[in-house]
Design a protein around this ligand. Structure first.
Ligand SMILES: Cc1cc2nc3c(=O)[nH]c(=O)nc-3n(C[C@H](O)[C@H](O)[C@H](O)COP(=O)(O)O)c2cc1C
Length: 307
């Protein structure tokens, strides 16, 4: 075990850094720039049962200190993931979390069942998708739905389940506790915050989908706060995500109680950011003569709740 080792309970990673889903594809392009083995893990783009073309454009917009996206979970479906993407990524010898999305509970169950016996670290269930059977209500905003969905996936899949929650909710501890009760091995907090922009020339919403998800440095204080609150409520590890762009951000999330972190939007403007953060983190830990595990939750009055 080294200073940088991150403990997710179900696995120990060489460092706490991983890309956020949808901001790294399956890593092919990034692998031309750096060795993926420098990362703690890779989180893939969402996989849905059928291929998805995604939303009409424009799909992204710049905002002060962030961006809006409404990609619409474009992906090549389960068949594309299993025949092309996953076999390639498995050869890179880095732990893999496959992000799973769907329109119905059955969609998640289907993808989880198909991946259940593959050589991967685990699944990350993206619960920020609209549930078409319940009038488009986001899965993650209803604790009963969260519990049912996670329990159903748990029944068909022995792999570690990381449940990624939406911040578009009043009290994060409700879905966090429901996910834990349903059998989640860890949580990822947070997905994007709902937002929109209007084109004043056309006088119409700027994104083809009208609304989108806000990400980037603008959402970091929100993400940090939700990690802080969830850490106090649950006893499973939490992966922090939202606006991380500097090593100081990584340290803040660890101190708030995150056991590992994901970097999303910031990797678009700086594709070499993740390996640089890994190196900077190692250097900082050495200088301070401390370790990732010592920092996790240390900002809480009682020093976190994982002891
Ligand atoms: C272009 C784009 C695509 C995304 N696609 C996914 C996805 O497929 N599944 C998912 O769970 N989250 C997805 N996200 C959300 C990110 O994984 C992350 O939770 C969010 O962007 C906050 O992190 P950041 O501020 O570091 O970008 C996407 C975000 C962006 C910007």
């Amino acid at each position: 075990m080294s200073r940088t080792t991150a403990d997710l309970g179900f696995a120990q990673l060489k460092n706490p850094l991983m890309p956020a889903s949808g901001c790294f594809g399956w890593g092919r392009e990034f692998s031309q720039l750096f060795d993926l083995k420098t990362l703690g893990a890779v989180v893939t783009k969402a996989v849905t049962p059928e291929p998805r073309a995604g939303n009409p454009g424009p799909r992204v917009a710049e905002t002060p200190a962030g961006m809006l996206n409404a990609i619409g979970l474009q992906n090549s479906g389960l068949t594309g993931a299993l025949t092309e993407e996953l076999p390639w990524l498995q050869k890179q010898e880095v732990p893999i979390l496959v992000n799973v999305a769907g329109r119905t509970e059955d969609d998640y169950v289907k993808v989880a069942e198909a991946l259940a016996h593959h050589d991967i670290l685990g699944l990350e269930l993206n619960l920020s998708c609209p549930n078409v059977k319940e009038g488009g209500i986001t899965f993650g905003t209803d604790a009963n739905n969260v519990y049912r969905l996670v329990s159903r996936v748990r029944e068909v899949c022995p792999l570690p389940l990381v449940v990624k929650l939406t911040p578009n909710i009043t009290d994060i501890t409700e879905p966090a506790l429901a996910a834990e009760a349903g059998g989640a091995s860890a949580l990822t907090l947070i997905n994007t915050l709902r937002g929109m922009a209007i084109d004043i020339r056309t006088r119409r919403p700027l994104l083809g989908n009208v609304t989108g998800g806000l990400s980037g440095p603008a959402i970091k204080p929100v993400a940090l706060c939700l990690v802080w609150q969830a850490v106090k409520a649950v006893s499973i590890p939490i992966i922090g995500c939202g606006g991380i762009a500097r090593v100081e951000d990584v340290l803040e999330f660890l101190l708030a109680g995150a056991s590992a972190v994901q970097v999303g939007s910031a990797a678009f403007t700086d594709p070499l950011l993740l390996p640089r953060l890994a190196a900077e983190l190692e250097k900082w830990l050495e200088q301070e003569n401390t370790s990732v595990r010592e920092l996790v939750g240390a900002a809480h009055p009682q020093g976190g709740n994982h002891d």
